[in-house]
Ligand binder design. Structure first.
Ligand code: FAD
Length: 333
């Protein structure tokens, strides 16, 4: 068994934004790293009706082959994707199959791995190819520990990678090496595979504002202390022309709207500026914002993990900073 097979997400046709999803480029970047470490050549599987149209966009540095599997169904169907991937694994015998840790992949990848007797790990934060094969890392005990995994005896391992955890150098396609991937159309009889019928795709409610589209987010965390004090931060966001976002605990406490939550179980955002006040930088929060262009963090704890991803940081009381900003913007009391 040799090689890395990336299973690209094929739901872009359902999305309001045209083009491939950013996670595809993260998967490819992770696959390319494994390939360079010795896992074998990198191929990308595009499964779905009209998937061929995306082949050129995914023909990026490191990709040697693009396998296009056309399907009769216009929309994503888990069993069809599972059957297609199973056939590709049988034909190409990859050592590693990479897919995104998304609701789509979770609906077929565990079954794919169980049926094929493959190794499996979900929500993977890091993966390396070493002398003795594949190693992966994932959070354990609610992210308090990082579990290191290896897969002894497994010929093929299926990994679901956490979105935002892998650097993605490709955001516009193209390849600096001047090479082209070979594009192979794989005809499979998948007609009998579908077991569910698509009724409707309903996007999750975005609330009064879609934080994923905001250019400037002011994100507030548990450091705010109380719902009452949140009012000052809301006022500051308005003064600064920023959109308010919140960390998970504020939603759980009922202080902030679920639609404004950033992170693994909230929205993934990548604004021009992300100002984080009183946010510790838990892995689940970073998963949703670490691709922001400029991250500014204010936290009273110099060891807070948010400073690991911040471009600018201040070890300070967030209310002192908020007061100073309000004064500067001409609204101080
Ligand atoms: P804390 O970790 O409590 O941090 C508060 C910070 O404020 C501290 O660093 C403290 O030093 C600082 N602080 C306190 N007072 C002040 C002050 N006056 N001035 C400046 N700084 C101050 N979390 C998310 O955010 N999004 C998710 O999508 C998400 N999904 C999750 C999914 C799962 C399955 C699990 C298990 C957890 C998830 N979480 C999520 C929760 C996550 O693990 C963290 O608990 C959460 O991100 C912590 O939020 P926080 O940084 O606001 O709070």
């Amino acid at each position: 068994m040799s090689g890395v097979l990336v299973c690209a997400e094929t739901r872009s046709g359902d999305r309001s934004e045209p083009g491939r999803r950013a996670i595809d480029f993260e998967l490819i970047a992770a696959g390319r790293a494994l390939s360079e470490q010795g896992a074998g050549p990198l191929a990308v599987a595009l499964i779905g009706a009209g998937a061929e149209a995306h082949a050129e966009q995914l023909d990026v540095d490191g990709v040697e082959q693009i396998l296009v599997v056309p399907t009769a169904l216009e929309h994503f169907e888990a069993h069809v994707t599972q059957a297609a991937l199973q056939a590709l694994i049988e034909q190409h015998c990859p050592a590693v199959v990479l897919a995104a840790h998304t609701v789509d992949s979770l609906s077929f990848a565990p079954a794919l791995a169980a049926r094929g007797g493959h190794g499996f790990a979900s929500d993977v934060l890091a993966a390396t190819w070493q002398e003795d094969g594949l190693h992966a890392e994932r959070g354990a005990f609610a992210e308090r520990l990082i579990a290191e995994l290896d897969f002894p005896g497994k010929q093929t391992v299926v990994l679901l990678l956490r979105t935002g955890a892998f650097a993605s150098p490709h955001d516009s396609g193209g390849r600096p090496d001047g090479q082209r991937a070979s594009v192979t159309r794989v005809e499979l009889d998948l007609d009998a595979a579908a077991r569910s019928e698509r009724v409707e795709l309903r996007e999750a409610p975005v609330g009064d504002v879609d934080i994923a589209k905001a250019d400037f987010l002011l994100a507030i965390g548990r450091g705010v202390g109380s719902a009452e004090k949140l009012a000052q931060i809301e006022r500051l966001a308005e003064l600064m022309g920023a959109t308010l976002a919140v960390s998970g605990p504020l939603v759980e406490a009922g202080w902030g709207a679920r639609t404004r939550k950033v992170g693994q179980s909230g929205r993934t955002v990548a604004p021009r500026v992300y100002l984080a006040l009183g946010i510790s930088g838990a892995a689940q929060h970073l998963a949703g914002m670490s691709r922001s262009r400029t991250i500014v963090a204010v936290n009273s704890d110099p060891d807070a993990r948010i400073f690991d991803v911040a471009h600018y940081g201040a070890v300070a009381d967030l209310f002192e900073v908020a007061d100073a900003l309000e004064r500067q913007l001409g609204n101080g009391d």
